[in-house]
Every structure is written in structure tokens, then in C-alpha cells.
Design a protein around this ligand. Structure first.
Ligand SMILES: Nc1ncnc2c1ncn2[C@@H]1O[C@H](COP(=O)(O)OP(=O)(O)OP(=O)(O)O)[C@@H](O)[C@H]1O
Ligand SMILES: [Mg+2]
Length: 228
């Protein structure tokens, strides 16, 4: 009998360091001899990457419903073509954003109906629940400093401050037991302090992951928390 691989998701608002940690965790796993499939949302497949361009294009103006459906379409493609086959082979899959982002951005920040979002995403995901979501958390002004330093803003980054404050509130609410009970399709969500250096944040992620999956994340000899 084969055992499905773990599905781990990195979440949080813009600039908190999701992609940075997703790359670092991927490289850390590879350096310790493990197989990992690391994919990002939206995108991660050729059709999904086309949808990503449409979603992040600063000149595009999309109705919130269109935006939600495009995210779900990209997700369906990613799961069918890449995530499910990898998990079925026992491979660990690391996603840069997943379903929680939909509830926060399209639900809390854009005001779309939660039940509608749940329905289209149930259809898109076939009910695939992450085993663990690491929610990176950073004060908004610090995250904005990081994105400004990164360069040209994309369409979501150009949203007014109120939008980003709603996003931050939405992510905070997702940490409550009540929210997680009523959104069981998102799986367990744990907070990771995203302040400090890239290395410090990676070490925090690995400590959490190692307590859940020691076979994947126990530090091999030669890889210390300094290099993490
Ligand atoms: N711990 C850190 N300290 C300082 N800068 C960082 C840290 N982590 C990431 N950065 C930098 O901050 C910027 C934003 O990080 P990153 O792109 O990983 O964020 P993100 O959460 O993926 O954002 P987005 O939601 O927009 O994709 C990048 O330029 C990155 O190099
Ligand atoms: Mg990113």
C-alpha cells in the first residue's frame, strides 16, 4: 500500500517571504537528499502560468468573480497534472499559496461569498486538504518595505492600503480554532514569525515541519540551523 506524500503550504500576505522560504525549503530538502515538488499558485503548469499572467497583470481590471474563477482554474490544472500524481508517489509537495489565499483575498478582501468560493474550489481541488499550512506573519509596514525594495508592483500589490489591512485581518482570523473548524478544507494552519533574517525564518519553518515529519525534516549531519 502506498502512502500519500505530505502537502505543505506557505501562506501570508505580500512580501512576508513566502517565495523566499519556499525556495529555501526546497533547496534544503534537495541538499538533504529528498525528493520535493515545489509549485506556486497561481501557475505551476503551462496553462496555469498563462492564467497567472492574466491575474497579476497590472493593466488588467478583472471582476472579483472572474478573478476567483481564474484562481480556481489554475488550481484545478495544478492539482490534476502535478500535485496529485506526485502525492500518490509519496513525494512531498510544497506549495507557495493555496486555498487559504482564496478565502482571504477573494472572500475577506474582495467580499465574495464564502459558500460560493467553497463550492468552486471543492470542484477545482476535489477536496484535497493540505496536511499543514505555515502562515508567515510580518507587520504590514515591514512587508511593504520588503515589496517596495523588490521592484515594480504587480496588480494585487497596487491595491489601496485598506485592501492589505483586510488581507492581514483575514489571515489573522484563519489562525483561530473557530475559523479552522469551520474551514476544515484548509487543514491545520500554524503561525510562523516571518521577522528576522531569511535563515532565521527557515529555521523556524524547519523546526515546525520536523516535529510533524521527522523523516523529511530532521536535520541531517552537516546541515545546521545556521545553514537553514
Ligand atoms: N527575512 C527576510 N529579510 C529581509 N528581506 C527578505 C526576507 N525574506 C524575504 N525578503 C525579501 O523581501 C522581498 C519579498 O519576499 P518574497 O518575494 O519571498 O515575498 P512573498 O511573500 O513571496 O511575496 P508575494 O506575495 O508578493 O509573492 C524579496 O525581495 C525578498 O528577497
Ligand atoms: Mg511570492
Amino acid at each position: 500500500m502506498s502512502i500519500r506524500g505530505p502537502l505543505v503550504v506557505l501562506e501570508g500576505g505580500e512580501g512576508v517571504g513566502k517565495t523566499t522560504q519556499w525556495e529555501r525549503l526546497r533547496e534544503w530538502l534537495r541538499a538533504s537528499g529528498q525528493t520535493v515538488l515545489a509549485l506556486r499558485e497561481p501557475g505551476g503548469t503551462p496553462p496555469g502560468d498563462t492564467i497567472r499572467t492574466l491575474l497579476l497583470d497590472p493593466v488588467g481590471a478583472l471582476a472579483p468573480e472572474t478573478e476567483a474563477l481564474l484562481f480556481a482554474a489554475s488550481r484545478a490544472e495544478l492539482l490534476t497534472r502535478a500535485v496529485r500524481p506526485a502525492l500518490a508517489q509519496g513525494t512531498l509537495v510544497l506549495l507557495d499559496r493555496y486555498l487559504l489565499s482564496t478565502y482571504v483575498y477573494q472572500g475577506v478582501a474582495r467580499g465574495l461569498n464564502t459558500d460560493a468560493l467553497r463550492a468552486i474550489n471543492q470542484f477545482a481541488t476535489g477536496g484535497l486538504v493540505p496536511d499543514l499550512t505555515l502562515l508567515l506573519s510580518l507587520p504590514l509596514d515591514e512587508a511593504q518595505r520588503r515589496t517596495k525594495a523588490r521592484g515594480a508592483p504587480d496588480r494585487l500589490e497596487q491595491e489601496p492600503d485598506g485592501f492589505h489591512a483586510r488581507v492581514a485581518a483575514g489571515f489573522s482570523e484563519a489562525l483561530t480554532a473557530e475559523w479552522q473548524q469551520t474551514h476544515s478544507e484548509c487543514g491545520p494552519i500554524v503561525l510562523v514569525d516571518a521577522s528576522g533574517t531569511r535563515e532565521e525564518v527557515t529555521a523556524r519553518c524547519i523546526d515546525i515541519l520536523a516535529s510533524r515529519w521527522p523523516e523529511h525534516f530532521a536535520r541531517p549531519a552537516g546541515i545546521t540551523s545556521q545553514t537553514a
